[in-house]
Structures are given as structure tokens and as C-alpha cells.
Design a binder for this molecule. Structure first.
Ligand code: ATP
Ligand code: MG
Length: 447
């Protein structure tokens, strides 16, 4: 979780001067900027003119109560946390305060440590929320149309620039959906070849017997059905770039031919012995580890070294930190504009789930999820229940939210009993049930 930097501004509201003095002394000793007032009216005046991060307020005060202050803050200030201080009899009041927007409550009397840990927790939540919002701000311009601000992506941008200014072959590796083709296009369009074609060829989807004629072209009569001479990708892309996608899927025979193109920069059309010089840059992509395939003899070692002059390895999305939120923001705007809809907002909890999901399908999966959410959703806020069930269940497992109500109840009873050192009368009072019900529940727990 984000760490507060210890110099946040805290406004303390309490009608008791003793409490105010005690809080002011303690909080100032930790470096916080502290403002103290004795009424809600004075608090509202301060809020008008001073940026405040956290409010610590009493509930019961003469004239206007702490509840009204909480409501005022929730309506007018988004970026502020509230902690309420409550005396023992008003525990119900604390619950109401939390319901209307207070983040934490501090029952009186409290120790200095309890005060500091509640303040620290509230400020950490605030920082986390602010960081999320900042990251959701769209980047004004994504370099080469590739969105990302993480350190990992900064390195990719540098690699793209270097690769674009060179003419060597490049192998782009990364899991499916990480943006290999996007990076390949960026290398081409930033290079001196930008005005010539960029031709993507999916080596995995063209049948083996057609790949050669697709790549190098064929002459009339080369095989049954070759009624005319046809140029292949290499002739069409002359002066430009060919992107060999899924390079690991090429057969042994094809690998020999590719090696020859890379070494000699020449090709032969199928059915012809005439050698043609070509000026084509090759970029290749793979989602398999080519070196592993070299070791097992599936991929030619000499071709591997010819191809892998420059390598760009794109990290999976789950390792790119804040980029997930940045991508969500960008895709949401894009798909809302396309669908001519008002841009929906994501709840903090939904963002947390999306951020913690491990995205096996990387950016492509995220793009599809956001597109579906924007199209299918009619509400202005997208919340956790709107997310695909797969995501909800994986986060539930992580957070321990897959427990039954009975399990949670039993655990809570256990905590309360421990807190009152086993005193059932006190525990029943806190739990809001009578002693008999508590006894029955304990019996159930142990049966
Ligand atoms: N950083 C990014 N910013 C914006 N869009 C991205 C980014 N990375 C990927 N995309 C988008 O995600 C989708 C998948 O990207 P791309 O096709 O380049 O992935 P790939 O690595 O080639 O996937 P595969 O291995 O499945 O072929 C595309 O629609 C692409 O525009
Ligand atoms: Mg691809």
C-alpha cells in the first residue's frame, strides 16, 4: 500500500479543548500540519480556504453534529478522508458515521499508538485513491500509439527507437496479446522505410505448402493452378518491412529458405531459378522461447542468430504496474466515443479488482473486457458485480472473500470473545444478541 509522507494536513474538530490539545500535540510530533477547531461552522470555514487531507471529528457537539460535517465533506470534497472519534455509548453512531462516509473510527479512550495507526491507515487509503485517479488520467500522447508509463514500457520505447534507426533484424518476444505487432509497426513507421509497405505474415496460419509461394511469389506453370505469375510478399514489400509473426511455426525446409534470404538478401520465385535481389527488413515475433526450441532442435540455431540481432522482449501486463489503470482509462474513452456513449466511471473497488487480476491474455484481454463493459453497461458507474465472473472469483480467492456467512460469523464471534477475555455477557452486548443466542451459536460452531 502507498506510504503517506507524514506532512499531510489534518483538521481536528472537537468541542473539548483537552482533546484538541492532546491531538494537536501528538499529530504535530509526527510532522503533520494540524488545524484545530471547536465547531462544525469553524471547520467549514477552514475547509473553504485550506486544502485538508484528513478530518478527525467528534460526533456529539453542540449545535451542529459531526454527522452533518461528514455529509458536507462527502458532498463537496472528493479527496479527503474522515476519522470519527466516539465515546463508548455511541458505538452505533460510529457505524452510522462509517456508513455515510467516514473511513475509520476511534473509540475513546485511545492510546497514542491507536491514534497514529488509524491516521496512518486513513492517509494510506487516501493516497491509494489519489494514485489510482492520477493514473487513470489519460496520457496526452502515447509514443507510437503504445500506451504505457511503467519503467518496463519506457525501456521498450527506447528499444523501439534504437531498432528503428538500425537496419538489422529484430526478434520481438512476449506472451500473447502483449503488443508484439504494435511494437513491430512502431519500429517500421519510425524507420527510414516508413513510406514503403509494412507486411505482416502469420507463419502459423499459412499452410506449409503455400508459405513459400506466398512469401516469394511464383511463376506461371510452377504448380497445378499457377495460371499466372504472381509476386510474393517479398517483392511487394520491397524497400519496406516484412513482419514474420509466430516465426517458431515455420517448418525446417522454410527455415532454410529464410536463412538464405537473410544471408544473401535474394530470393527465387517458386518455379523459377532466376535469383532476385530484394531490399526488405525482417522483423519476427514469437510467444515461445526460441532458444528453447533451438536446444530441442525444432528451430535452426543459425537462423536464430541471424534473426536475433536485436531483441525486444515485451513484459506481460501483470508486471507493468500502473499501466493497467492507464490502459483502462484510454480504452474506456476510446470505446465510449466509438459507441457514442457517456464515458462510464469505475468504482475504486472495481479498479482494485482489475488492477490485481493477472491478465493471462495481456493487453488484448484487457481491451476486450473494457470494450464489453462499455458496450453492455448502461450505468454511469461500473462496479465489481459488473466485472466478468472469472475476475471476481479470482480476486475473491485472493482476498479470502470466498467464505460462507457462517464461517465469517464464527470468526467474528471468536475475535469479540477474545477481545473481552471470554466474558460472554460483554461479548453478547457487543454482538447485539442475547446470551442465549450466543451460547447457541457457540454450540453450532463446536458441533
Ligand atoms: N501498450 C499498448 N497500448 C495500446 N494498445 C495496445 C498495447 N499493447 C497492445 N495493445 C493492443 O492490444 C491488442 C493486441 O496487441 P498485438 O496484436 O500487438 O499483440 P501480440 O503480442 O501481437 O499478440 P499475439 O501474440 O496474440 O499475436 C491490439 O489491439 C493492440 O492494439
Ligand atoms: Mg500478434
Amino acid at each position: 500500500m502507498a506510504k503517506s509522507n507524514g506532512n499531510e494536513s489534518i483538521l481536528v474538530v472537537d468541542d473539548s479543548t483537552d482533546t484538541l490539545e492532546m491531538l494537536e500535540r501528538n499529530l504535530k510530533s509526527k510532522g503533520y500540519r494540524v488545524f484545530t477547531v471547536q465547531s462544525v461552522a469553524e471547520a467549514i470555514k477552514i475547509l473553504d480556504v485550506t486544502p485538508i487531507d484528513l478530518i478527525i471529528t467528534d460526533i456529539k457537539m453542540p449545535k451542529v453534529s459531526g454527522f452533518d460535517l461528514i455529509e458536507h465533506v462527502k458532498e463537496n470534497y472528493k479527496n479527503m478522508e474522515i476519522v470519527v472519534i466516539t465515546g463508548y455509548p455511541s458505538i452505533g453512531g460510529a457505524i452510522r458515521a462509517v456508513k455515510i462516509g467516514a473511513e475509520e473510527y476511534l473509540p475513546k479512550p485511545f492510546t497514542d499508538d491507536e491514534l497514529f495507526s488509524v491516521v496512518q491507515r486513513a492517509l494510506e487509503k487516501l493516497l491509494m485513491r489519489r494514485t489510482m485517479r492520477d493514473r487513470l488520467q489519460k496520457v496526452p500522447s502515447a509514443p507510437f500509439g503504445i500506451i504505457g508509463k511503467s519503467e518496463q514500457m519506457r525501456k521498450i520505447f527506447e528499444a523501439v527507437e534504437k531498432a528503428a534507426s538500425a537496419s538489422a533484424t529484430v526478434v520481438i518476444s512476449g506472451e500473447s496479446g502483449t503488443g508484439k505487432e504494435l511494437v513491430a509497426r512502431a519500429v517500421h513507421y519510425c524507420s527510414s522505410r516508413a513510406s514503403a509497405p509494412f507486411l505482416p505474415v502469420n507463419c502459423g496460419s499459412i499452410p506449409e505448402n503455400l508459405l513459400e509461394s506466398e512469401l516469394f511469389g511464383y511463376v506461371k506453370g510452377a504448380f497445378t493452378g499457377a495460371f499466372e505469375t504472381r509476386a510474393g510478399f517479398f517483392q511487394t514489400a520491397d524497400g519496406g518491412t516484412i513482419f514474420l509473426d509466430e516465426i517458431s511455426e515455420t517448418s525446417a525446409a522454410m527455415q532454410v529458405k529464410l536463412l538464405r534470404v537473410l544471408q544473401e538478401k535474394e530470393i527465387c520465385m517458386v518455379g523459377s531459378r532466376r535469383i532476385q535481389k530484394v531490399d526488405v527488413r525482417i522483423l519476427a515475433a514469437t510467444n515461445k522461447d526460441l532458444l528453447d526450441l533451438v536446444k530441442t532442435g525444432v528451430f535452426r540455431e543459425d537462423l536464430y542468430y541471424r534473426l536475433n540481432v536485436i531483441d525486444i522482449d515485451i513484459p506481460p501486463l501483470r508486471d507493468r504496474g500502473g499501466d493497467v489503470l492507464l490502459l483502462i482509462g484510454n480504452f474506456t474513452s476510446k470505446f465510449a466515443a466509438e459507441a457514442k456513449k457517456k464515458e462510464p466511471r469505475f468504482s475504486d473497488n472495481a479498479l482494485e479488482v482489475l488492477k490485481n487480476y493477472n491478465w493471462p491474455g495481456n493487453v488484448r484481454e484487457l481491451e476486450n473486457v473494457i470494450q464489453r463493459l462499455v458496450i453492455m453497461n448502461e450505468e454511469s458507474i461500473i462496479d465489481v458485480p459488473d466485472l466478468p465472473s472469472l475476475m471476481r472469483s479470482s480476486i475473491c480467492r485472493e482476498l479470502g472473500l470466498n467464505r460462507t456467512l457462517a464461517e465469517v460469523e464464527a470468526e467474528h464471534i471468536g475475535y469479540v470473545l477474545a477481545g473481552v477475555k471470554g466474558n460472554k455477557t460483554q461479548a453478547a452486548k457487543i454482538l447485539g444478541i442475547d446470551r442465549k443466542t450466543l451460547r447457541e451459536k457457540l454450540k453450532e460452531k463446536h458441533s
